[in-house]
Design a protein around this ligand. Structure first.
Ligand code: SF4
Length: 372
């Protein structure tokens, strides 16, 4: 049998007996497919699933999503990370509800033109919602194809993108693009896995180049690994009775639109003071304008918290500061309080979207008797 036909036939018959039930499977509503695909970008299925259900319940249509306040949407997104996805989701929902009169685009190019939608997501929506013949290409598909065809092109290169896109589209069943794409995704995720693929029971084994040549663990190849830039934050958690101070992150930076505490930042971990007294002296010079510091004591210096983002490795420590006096209006207008929001700690936990790293810190604090 011709190789592409063998691949397609075997894959589809494998899929017929290996059903992976998921709430969005068989879904034809482009809005819900789009929602599930955006949630699943950089997120494991098990982690994304409850978020998908929460979003569909809160915003059953794109019109509902468009009308949602941004802070509410971010709160619902909390814990998923990569908040640019939530921002793009909101932007695109408003664009569809407004400019496109609530009608989801129905051609590949128009879907691809939506903000936050890349080639993979566009192909998934086009095939699942409209049966358009566009093959999906993600890490799973690269791996399956590189192994089965024995392809040596490093998958993180533009040349690979062209080569694998062409091949995946050639293999795609034009009569059943949705079923084929779903089968590819499931096969890569559960059978031809990165570690310990199930070669022994694989229906493609007899013609799989990697298996036949003993290269399963070697393929796919990569040309380089990503070097992550370090960032180090020292957060000042100012506590005034039941309140604390947070600020909304603006500008083109990580965690845009989320809230964090007033912070100092360095490209690497600086030598921080180790005792509370030294820390108090240091904070006066670092956080406050000359002679403007209110009376305060440092009550706790946290352990370092680390979060890995796509291009960044972020580390943060939280210095908890008890403000002993009420802050005057003059102080509130100055660094580090100007531009902050004074909020109760209870509200911070319930209603404010924070980066995951801060959420970890807050969760640790919730386990102690005094919240801060
Ligand atoms: S034989 Fe192994 S490496 Fe080849 S496609 Fe099947 S699971 Fe993947």
């Amino acid at each position: 049998m011709h190789l592409p036909l063998f691949f397609r036939t075997q894959l589809l018959s494998w899929a017929a007996t290996h059903v992976r039930p998921m709430p969005w499977k068989g879904e034809r509503d482009p809005y819900k497919i789009w929602l599930s695909e955006i949630i699943l970008q950089q997120t494991r299925v098990e982690q994304g699933l409850p978020y998908y259900e929460k979003f569909v319940a809160a915003y059953p249509t794109v019109i509902h999503l468009a009308a949602a306040p941004e802070d509410e949407l971010f709160k619902l997104w909390e814990g998923l990370g990569y908040y640019s996805r939530a921002r793009n989701l909101h932007f695109t929902a408003k664009h569809i509800a407004g400019t496109l009169d609530g009608r989801f685009p129905d051609t590949y190019d128009d879907i691809r033109a939506l903000k936050g939608v890349g080639d993979y997501t566009a192909a998934a929506i086009a095939s699942f919602a409209y049966d358009l013949p566009h093959a999906v290409l993600d890490g799973n598909v690269y791996r399956v194809l590189a192994r089965f065809f024995g392809i040596d092109t490093p998958t993180d290169t533009p040349a690979a993108k062209k080569e694998f896109t062409r091949l995946a589209n050639e293999l795609l069943d034009p009569e059943r693009p949705a079923a084929f794409n779903q089968a590819m995704m499931d096969f890569g995720a559960t059978h031809c896995t990165p570690q310990q693929p199930k070669c022994v029971t694989c229906p493609l084994q007899s013609k799989c180049v990697a298996f036949q040549t003993g290269r399963v663990n070697e393929l796919p190849l990569k040309s380089k690994s990503l070097v992550k830039k370090e960032r180090f934050f020292c957060y000042a958690v100012f506590n005034a009775g039941a309140d604390t101070f947070v600020q909304k992150r603006t500008g083109k930076d990580i965690w845009h639109g989320l809230f964090d505490f007033p912070a100092l930042e360095w490209p690497a971990r600086p030598g921080l003071p180790e005792t509370r007294t030294e820390m108090e002296v240091w904070l006066r010079t670092q956080f406050f304008e000359e002679n403007s510091a209110p009376a305060f004591t440092v009550t706790h210096i946290s352990k370092p918290y680390r979060q890995t983002l796509t291009h960044r490795q972020v580390t943060a420590v939280f210095v908890e500061i008890h403000l002993t006096d009420d802050l005057s209006a003059e102080m509130l207008a100055m660094k580090p309080f100007s531009g902050t929001l004074r909020i109760s700690k209870a509200d911070l936990k319930k209603n404010i979207a924070v980066p995951r790293l801060i959420d970890w810190y807050l969760q640790d604090k919730a386990g102690t008797l005094s919240l801060f």
